[in-house]
Design a protein around this ligand. Structure first.
Ligand code: ZN
Length: 69
């Protein structure tokens, strides 16, 4: 269970005016940092606690898709 706790965020779930298909996976803090950077640089958002909270709400457990079989 070394991968327990890995999270994934999929930009397709994130409201945006681009057809962005980026997905980022890793530990929660890593994903949040990368997703915040991506939201700022690629989507023109402003880095803020509110943005991070919003991004956090889009995190999914990475095992969700594969563990169901
Ligand atoms: Zn994106």
């Amino acid at each position: 269970m070394a991968d327990a706790g890995r999270k994934v965020i999929d930009c397709r779930l994130y409201p945006s005016d681009k057809n962005c298909s980026l997905a980022i996976s890793g530990m929660e803090d890593e994903v949040l940092d990368a997703a915040t950077h991506h939201a700022v640089t690629a989507h023109g958002h402003t880095d803020s606690p509110e943005l991070r909270e919003q991004l956090r709400s889009y995190l999914k457990d990475e095992g969700e898709q594969s563990a169901s079989a």
